[in-house]
Write a protein that binds this ligand. Structure first.
Ligand SMILES: Cc1cc2nc3c(=O)[nH]c(=O)nc-3n(C[C@H](O)[C@H](O)[C@H](O)COP(=O)(O)OP(=O)(O)OC[C@H]3O[C@@H](n4cnc5c(N)ncnc54)[C@H](O)[C@@H]3O)c2cc1C
Length: 460
């Protein structure tokens, strides 16, 4: 089989009566044969299941990762659905403890209701589970923070022998435990640090990409939160920068019942670019419904306005659509040079793109296997949406393959919960604590019960 088909599998049509938990969310991978799922109702039930079962175990959250992160290794192994173990467990002045399978949207809603937020900013959607987000290094944007795993101060897990262990911030293995790729134990509880939640005003603009090499770092240095979408075909960047709201803006927000306020002035400077992008998307996906989800991910950029709201209202507004998403982290110090390299490569090859390049920077992470470990980082994100029939546009796929090679050659570290070609990466070179992580895994799961084919190949 071609590498492309392995890396970016076709979506399979939904099958009537099938247990959806047996496939990943994108529907492009079967995780386990029927009858493999166990859904414990309590932590004790989970312990007993782990103790008495034989063979391998894989945990599923919202199944938004590529299938290879979630697939069982062998017939007779167990796929663990933890969706009964959710919800808020306790709060203190500056922490909140949730069950591991709590969806992020529930975490954010609980915190917002208390005027709190995580000290790490959200990704574009919040349907992931807390444990799934931790395990894969899920992140948002802003140099003053890093991935969601870094907000964890204590993690409770059921280990491979069925015992329960808690690890806190002072434990020497904590940098492995909080971002563990699902290899160290079943996360049942996570305590997160919380901070007061300010009201932000997000200023939106569309600018030429001529000076993106320097602008990107400046936007991120000058504002606590920033995100941008780069349209190389049009040499344009749509940029969001957020600062704390002024007194008047806060007042208007409160007067709007704490709902996101859209400012009065709208800008149509992106509308033509969006129309071109939509034409390309329509051709590539053959989706006829004008309001189809992939289209809505870009039509929202038309007639944009500045907005005022809390961090979740401003940044967590994505529309989850089946897609192949490649996201590679580059040290921020190299990001300007890489932008130039992508520009030159784009001018030379004119690759077909039906979605802008998403640029998000974060501060250094303390988690050993975080793509942002130890350094200010810029994540370059690339998306190709599935066509109506479950296929992927061939030119879109070649673009993803080619651009990933450019970024991998720069020492890029791929997002664990997205798609990447593992043959391009030398893990122990990319991650200085790779061996230390391996040793923690040997200590916590000496029989590698939490492995599958993909993770075994990474580490063995
Ligand atoms: C539409 C879309 C938008 C996205 N947006 C972003 C974004 O803005 N930022 C970003 O960084 N990422 C983003 N992602 C990636 C996403 O955050 C990751 O794939 C994340 O892992 C999904 O969480 P999940 O609950 O679906 O985990 P799953 O995919 O179900 O699992 C991921 C990993 O966590 C492990 N795991 C699950 N539950 C447990 C548990 N209880 N204990 C131990 N291990 C466990 C699994 O075994 C697996 O290894 C996006 C993905 C999609 C599809």
């Amino acid at each position: 089989m071609e590498r492309e088909q392995i890396a970016y599998p076709r979506r399979q049509p939904d099958r009537v009566g099938e247990d959806v938990r047996l496939r990943n969310w994108a529907g492009n991978a079967t995780l386990a044969p029927a009858g493999s799922i166990s859904a414990p109702r309590t932590e004790m039930e989970l312990q007993s299941l782990v103790r008495t079962s034989e063979g391998g175990i894989k945990m599923i959250g919202s199944r938004m990762s590529p299938g290879r992160m979630l697939e069982l290794a062998a017939h007779g192994d167990t796929l663990l659905d933890l969706s009964a173990l959710t919800g808020l467990i306790e709060t203190t002045e500056d922490t909140a403890t949730f069950a591991g399978a709590t969806p992020l949207e529930a975490v954010y809603a609980e915190l917002s209701a208390r005027g709190r937020m995580l000290p790490s900013s959200p990704g574009v959607i919040a349907s992931q589970t807390l444990a799934g987000a931790l395990a894969t290094g899920t992140h948002g944007q802003g140099l003053q923070q890093s991935c969601i795993a870094d907000a964890a101060t204590r993690v409770r897990m059921v280990l491979a022998d069925g015992s329960v262990a808690e690890f806190d911030h002072d434990h020497p293995w904590f940098p492995a435990v909080r971002l563990g790729l699902g290899l160290l134990g079943v996360i049942t509880r996570v305590t997160l640090r919380t901070v007061a939640s300010p009201v932000y005003t997000c200023l939106k603009n569309a600018v030429s990409a001529d000076t993106l090499e320097v602008d990107l770092e400046n936007w991120n240095r000058d504002y606590p939160l920033s995100k941008s979408w780069w349209f190389p075909d049009e040499n344009l960047v749509h940029v969001w920068v957020a600062r704390e709201a002024t007194g008047a803006e806060v007042e208007r927000y409160r007067g709007n019942d704490g709902q996101l306020v859209e400012h009065d002035v709208t800008s149509d400077v992106l509308n033509q670019t969006i129309d071109q992008t939509l034409t390309q998307m329509r051709n590539d996906t053959k989706i006829v419904d004008e309001h189809g989800k992939p289209f809505r991910t870009v039509t929202r950029f038309k007639d944009f306005t500045d907005v005022t709201g809390d961090i979740y209202q401003v940044f967590c507004r994505g529309i989850a659509t089946p897609q192949i998403n490649v996201e590679i982290a580059i040290p921020l110090a190299q990001a300007g040079g890489l932008v130039k390299k992508i520009k030159d490569w784009h001018a030379e090859t004119r690759p077909r793109m039906h979605y802008p390049i998403i640029l998000r920077c974060t501060g250094p992470s303390d988690s050993w296997l975080s793509p942002a470990y130890g350094q200010d980082t810029c994540f370059f994100g690339f998306v190709v949406y599935y066509a109506e029939d479950g296929s992927l546009n061939a030119e879109g796929v070649s673009f993803l393959r080619a651009v990933e090679q450019v970024l991998a050659a720069e020492g890029g570290r791929p997002h664990w919960g997205k798609y990447f070609d593992e043959a391009l990466y030398d893990w122990p070179v990319l991650y200085p604590e790779w061996e230390a992580f391996r040793q923690v895994r040997e200590a916590l799961d000496p029989q590698h019960r939490f492995d599958n084919a993909f993770t075994a190949a990474l580490f063995n």
